[in-house]
Ligand binder design. Structure first.
Ligand SMILES: *Cc1c(COP(=O)(O)O)cnc(C)c1O
Length: 471
């Protein structure tokens, strides 16, 4: 006699029988036969395993199987990369794609994607052109540099610069600047891979001009300064002013390189934000080359920019690795569109999303919190307490780590018996929404910082799909 599990296993329908159902036929015309067959097989396999484990007194009917397959198919064809609400309070969030871009950049990318473009074609002479030429003039105007080039990101900019100027030679860097930036970008590792030797000088908190001077030898290829973008050393500290380092480098006929990281192209103080060194300032203080990211404070696409002396940039352009690190036409299209906005600093705050979110008035965020709160409360029901809180946003991507921007948000509290993992649970529930909402957990509570809430109506409209405690 069969045990109940074996009997139920026998009751599982065959793939062929399921394929004859009208509901499955509809799935085939929508998703294609191969995917539907594979999905049915996977679902039947799962049911068989469950039966073998006798975990359930299973009542398998066709409708339930079809429903399970439909759900699987929906998940299989849905995009992996999709929009989310960044309510983390970190404006330039590396894991959430850093700078959101203006519509003009999206339009330019669309053109470049769908139509032939003069990427490397000189329209005047009708001969081969240079891809960086589309942005070089704007970059030199905005930074005061003689020349500029673009690569895939700032890590690539640092790599290519060092590989060109210091292959098999030494680069002098202060021990206070041997930094790691999230995601395993470490200055010493990049240097090693670029084929040059790091000559560390000074100590973590203090480095003097005489430390640099003592390190210079015939093996030295450059002096480099790395902007301490994601941390600050405070207290008993000393660093050599950039003009002094530049003079020392130039006395020895060496280039002075500054890796700025953030790369704000305007003086952020004009917008009520804390000061962040600009490439123009770095060059004015004697740097021969400055490297920075396109998708941090610049507010553009992921790319790395190298600006500075014409002869050095020309040499970097000739490095065969430039080809491996070059940007594509979509990046260039987006970058050019964003750089064009910089022509009018008065409009910039309204047109560049990064600057718009960074400079958003507190009263504006608070008013939004008051508008959104009733909808949030209604969606959560009585089981969760939601209230408006004062909080602090960060610029993110390592920029100005000590400066917090006053903001407002909504914090959640669950009844005492459900605390513990309650904050993680709520965070997961919000992440499971059609447009996932990403908040943060602070002091054991889940909270949403509303500084970057762009689509308020879209945010509210999906709240009724929140299912608390099911994820
Ligand atoms: C962010 C940063 C980098 C890395 O830039 P990516 O664009 O992320 O490659 C390098 N150096 C500094 C100082 C940075 O802040």
């Amino acid at each position: 006699m069969l045990n109940p599990a074996a009997a139920a296993r026998r009751a599982l329908p065959s793939v062929d029988r399921l394929l004859k159902l009208d509901a499955v036929d509809a799935l085939v015309s929508r998703y294609g036969r191969p995917l539907v067959v594979a999905t049915i097989r996977a679902e039947l396999e799962k049911q068989r395993t469950l039966l073998e484990q006798e975990r359930f007194a299973v009542n398998i009917d066709d409708a339930a199987l079809v429903a399970a397959c439909t759900e699987r198919l929906r998940a299989a064809v849905s995009a992996s990369l999709k929009p989310v609400f960044n309510l983390t309070g970190t404006v330039l969030h590396t894991n959430l794609g850093r700078a959101p871009m203006p519509q003009c950049a999206a339009d330019a990318v669309m053109q470049a994607m769908t139509r032939p473009v003069n990427l490397e074609f000189n329209l005047r002479g009708g001969e081969r052109g240079e891809r960086d030429s589309h942005v070089e003039r704007r970059l030199t105007q905005l930074t005061g540099a003689a020349a500029a080039l673009v690569v895939n990101n700032n890590a690539a900019a640092v790599y290519l610069t060092l590989n060109t100027l210091a292959l098999k030679k030494e680069v002098v860097v202060s021990r206070g600047e041997l930094i790691e930036i999230g995601g395993a970008f470490r200055i010493p590792d990049i240097m090693a891979r670029a084929g040059c030797r790091l000559h560390e000088v000074g100590t973590t908190n203090r480095t003097h001009a005489k430390d640099y001077a003592a390190a210079i030898s015939p093996r030295t290829a450059a002096i480099m300064k790395v902007h301490a973008s994601n941390f600050a050393i405070q207290g008993f500290t000393a660093a050599v002013p950039e003009p002094e380092l530049a003079a020392l480098a130039h006395d020895h006929d060496l280039p002075f390189i500054i890796d700025l990281g953030g790369g704000a192209l305007v003086n952020l103080e004009d917008y009520g934000l804390p000061h962040e060194p600009t490439p123009r300032e770095a060059l004015a203080r004697g740097a021969d080359l400055v490297t920075f990211s396109g998708d941090k404070l610049l507010g553009g696409p992921q790319c790395g920019l190298i600006v500075g002396r014409g002869d050095i940039i020309a040499k970097i352009k000739r490095n065969p690795m430039k080809r491996a690190l070059r940007v594509d036409k979509m990046t260039l299209a987006a970058l050019e569109a964003v750089l064009r906005l910089y022509a009018n600093p008065d409009r910039l705050k309204h047109e560049l999303p990064t600057l718009h979110w960074l400079t958003r008035p507190l009263a504006d965020i608070e008013a939004q919190a008051r508008r959104v709160l009733p909808a949030v409360r209604a969606a959560l029901g009585a089981q969760v307490e939601a209230r408006i809180i004062a909080c602090a946003s960060q610029i993110g991507s390592g920029s100005m780590p000590l400066d917090a921007l006053p903001s407002a948000g909504i914090a959640f509290r669950l009844p005492a018996r459900r605390r513990g993992t309650a904050a993680e649970m709520l965070a997961a529930d919000f992440r499971a929404l059609p447009i996932p909402v990403i908040g943060r957990i602070k002091g054991g509570a889940f909270m949403l910082d509303l500084r970057c809430l762009d689509d308020e109506a879209g945010f509210i409209a999906q709240l009724d799909q929140l299912s608390i405690g099911t994820h």
